[in-house]
Design a protein around this ligand. Structure first.
Ligand code: AMP
Length: 413
């Protein structure tokens, strides 16, 4: 694959890519960037870890450099993802750039945001609710915004942001370029794209809804009451950084505390934490100040911490698609990752839905209520599905035998 030099980028941008050690475009970048540089709208399917941030960030920065009268807006579902996007943007703009940025997220100081907006930023990254807040107050104007990115659009719709997005669209000029990315491409995303994108070019990496990374996935069938004990034993057996997913914010706090009592270094990350605390937890996690992050789905969406080696689903996600997003926290940028899911008898339906999502062709092979654990499962026996066998996408079977699991193509991000 050609290197970034082949795109004919502005020399300041090319230099930033050098500094960032980005030499070869990832597949999503190779597909999206040439079209985006020609001004085309893009509808992109890409899981996290594929390099999708730079796939939109590079053409966005090139656009800002070439169009000094215009500005750009990136809408993200969560503050954490927004922060990562802004960080990549700032690196691409480089330390000497005169282009000002604003970070408009909920839970952060309005005063700080007013000050950023008064500086006439040409790049705004934000979450939908707070962006609308500023639009209504008149502190944010999108009249010159000719480049729009919607990232993790499926997540924004899952979070109920569709109306918020439609309100934002009303403030945007008709004449603009729009890039829309989503990990999955359900009907509501296609509908949104039909309304707001202009003859978009479709780009996709890997099969939709298939985990494309080098992740070894294990399953333990277990009674709810046995989970904590099993978690402790798993944490003792494993080395490296771990993210544990739980259902509730309260559960996250409680588990982090109990693990600390039991001798582990652990912190919780969820939507009820104040922004300052969330930032501190994330910073400490990135710097490996503690080993185990206990998170809810919303807080962990889009997290890019390259050293996460293990994802443990203590509770299965409420929404099947989140299984894929959770897996995306590990095996970043070509590394190997490990995933473990605890499946209690009450989880049969949820697990079946996840299996169906991962392998739609197996639809109907077994009924939703037919996944009770076998005796051996109940004893906490671990099952592994083999990453090298590509004959099936199913993570488990009900007899506790090894069952091959298809992980798609191994790809370096
Ligand atoms: P993303 O899918 O955007 O979250 O990116 C996943 C990881 O890959 C991040 O740590 C990026 O910094 C890294 N990355 C993205 N594009 C490239 C590239 N072309 N070369 C090297 N690393 C990259």
């Amino acid at each position: 694959m050609k290197n970034f030099g082949g795109f004919g980028l502005n020399s300041a941008l090319a230099q930033s890519l050098e500094h960032m050690n980005y030499h070869t475009p990832t597949p999503i970048q190779a597909q999206a960037i040439p079209h985006a540089l020609k001004g085309r709208d893009i509808l992109g399917t890409a899981q996290t870890g594929t390099g999708k941030t730079a796939a939109f960030a590079i053409p966005l920065v090139e656009f800002l450099l070439n169009n000094p009268e215009s500005s750009a807006l990136v809408v993200s579902p969560t503050r954490e993802l927004g922060k990562q996007i802004l960080e990549i943007m700032r690196q691409l703009l480089g330390p000497k750039s005169a282009i000002k940025t604003a970070f408009i997220i909920g839970g952060d100081s309005m005063q700080k945001q007013f000050a950023q907006l008064r500086m006439q930023p040409r790049l705004v990254v934000g979450t939908p609710g707070r962006l609308n807040d500023h639009l209504e107050r008149g502190s944010l104007s999108l009249g010159q915004t000719r480049f729009l990115v919607l990232d993790e659009t499926d997540r924004m719709l899952d979070m109920g942001f569709v109306e918020q997005l439609e309100r934002i669209f009303k403030h945007l000029p008709e004449q603009r370029q729009t890039l829309m990315f989503s990990a999955t491409m359900p009907k509501n995303i296609l509908k949104l794209s039909a309304n707001y994108l202009n003859d978009p070019c479709r780009v996709a990496v890997g099969e939709v809804n298939v985990i494309t990374r080098n992740i070894r996935q294990d399953v333990i069938r277990i009674e709810q009451g046995q989970k904590y004990k099993e978690l402790v034993s798993q944490l003792q057996d494993r080395s490296g950084t771990v993210i544990v997913f739980v259902k509730t914010k309260y559960g996250a706090d409680k588990m982090a505390k109990t693990l600390r009592r039991d001798g582990f270094t652990s912190e919780a990350l969820h939507g009820d934490l104040r922004q300052g605390k969330r930032d501190r937890v994330m910073k400490d996690f990135r710097e490996k100040s503690f080993r185990i992050l206990i998170a809810t789905d919303i807080a962990a969406r889009g997290l890019d911490v390259p050293h996460i080696e293990h994802v443990i689903n203590y509770d299965l996600p409420q929404v099947s698609e989140d299984y894929i997003h959770r897996m995306g926290r590990t095996a970043r940028a070509g590394a190997t990752g490990f995933a473990l899911s605890f499946i209690s008898p009450d989880d049969a339906r949820k697990w079946h839905a996840i299996e169906r999502l991962l392998n739609p062709s197996a639809e109907g092979e077994r009924p939703a209520n037919d996944s009770r654990p076998s005796k051996s499962d109940r004893s906490g026996k671990r099952r592994r599905f083999n990453s090298s066998d590509r004959s099936s996408n199913r993570p488990s079977n009900r007899n506790g035998q090894k069952k091959p699991f298809h992980r798609g193509k191994k790809k370096a991000a």
